[in-house]
Ligand binder design. Structure first.
Ligand SMILES: [Mg+2]
Length: 323
């Protein structure tokens, strides 16, 4: 699921300032994780909390989306979804916004079968985006992730999308000059899927997605989530992306990738997972509240200290206390 976050962050500075070219700095100081990343993490935590039990997943998804949505309240939600986050009794509101598809990737990674990918997607989506086009947009992304990570070819995936979800009778080059901001599923999910299908590798997929214009962070998130399943995510991108996350976000990502590992691309080792890279990098991340053991004080008053390795590894117990 880190692919969704990677695409969201890369596209974040172009959402309201489209850049219709593939030539841009992928990660810039003005980039940030937005609602796409926050809600993907909420969906991931819901799946972990209930061990992907579809009977209760919807309840857990509501709880986690409201909880994280209220903490990260400036992440850039649509107006109706923002009200949903703060509602005492949140109801689905017949939405076909692409919020349904931008957050769905954990379902594709957790699924053990195509049928399960659809069931998980439905459980997470119907809590808010219960319009048929909202349900369809989410399911399309979740099932394509499942197919891509279980060895389907690009041609098989294209055929599956066209047979079941959307006509892909355009290229990104063809639509780029005139494609505009469109937050509907039907107006953005096909663009994201086409960007993946035309791409050469993970980074190229994100560049293509952003270059189409429109809702750049969300298209980036959707394309990134699928491209991760097909190609794996390069190690340097993983390391850059986690630099944008705080400890709370990192905790969820860490445990989701541990439970449902996906492919990473490392130049010096084969068969690496995203979790392997996260686990190596976790030493650099000290969660809030970690006890630092001081073992020396310089004459100028500055302290030397260390943190026990176990303490550096994100721990859900601290997450629960903060919530
Ligand atoms: Mg966003």
């Amino acid at each position: 699921m880190i692919g969704a976050i990677a695409g969201d962050i890369a596209g974040s500075r172009f959402e309201f300032n489209n850049f219709k070219s593939k030539k841009f700095r992928l990660y810039h100081k003005r980039c940030r994780p937005t609602d796409d990343s926050v809600m993907s993490l909420a969906a991931a935590k819901a799946i972990l909390d209930c061990d992907k039990d579809c009977n209760v997943l919807s309840d857990y998804a509501v709880r986690n989306m409201q909880e994280l949505g209220r903490i990260y309240k400036n992440a850039g939600y649509g107006g109706t979804f923002f009200k949903w986050i703060w509602a005492s009794h949140p109801h689905p509101y017949n939405s076909f916004g692409n919020g349904a598809a931008m957050r769905i990737s954990p379902c594709g990674y957790a699924a053990g079968s195509l049928e399960e990918a659809k069931a998980l997607s439905a459980a997470v989506t119907r809590i808010s985006h219960d319009h048929p086009e909202g349900m369809k947009g989410a399911e399309a992304v979740a099932t394509v992730i499942y197919l891509a990570r279980t060895g389907s070819s690009r041609e098989e995936i294209r055929k599956y999308i066209e047979d079941n979800y959307y006509r892909l009778d355009f290229t990104i080059d063809e639509i780029r000059p005139h494609y505009q901001f469109d937050v509907t599923c039907q107006g953005s999910v096909p663009v994201a899927l086409e960007a993946f299908l035309e791409s050469a590798d993970f980074e190229d997929a994100i560049r293509l997605a952003v270059s189409a214009g429109g809702d750049s962070d969300t298209i980036g998130a959707m394309t990134g989530s699928v491209a991760e399943a097909y190609y794996g995510v390069p190690e340097d991108i993983i390391e850059t992306v986690i630099g944008y996350l705080d400890a709370r976000q990192m905790e969820i990502l860490y445990y989701f990738e541990k439970r449902y590992p996906s492919k990473a691309i490392s130049s010096d080792e084969e068969n690496q997972t995203v979790f392997d890279i996260l686990d190596r990098s976790v030493d650099k991340i000290i969660p809030a509240g970690t006890q630092i053991i001081v073992n020396g004080i310089d004459p100028d008053g500055s302290c030397h200290g260390f943190v026990e390795r176990e303490q550096m590894i994100p721990d859900f117990s601290s997450f629960d206390q903060k919530a």
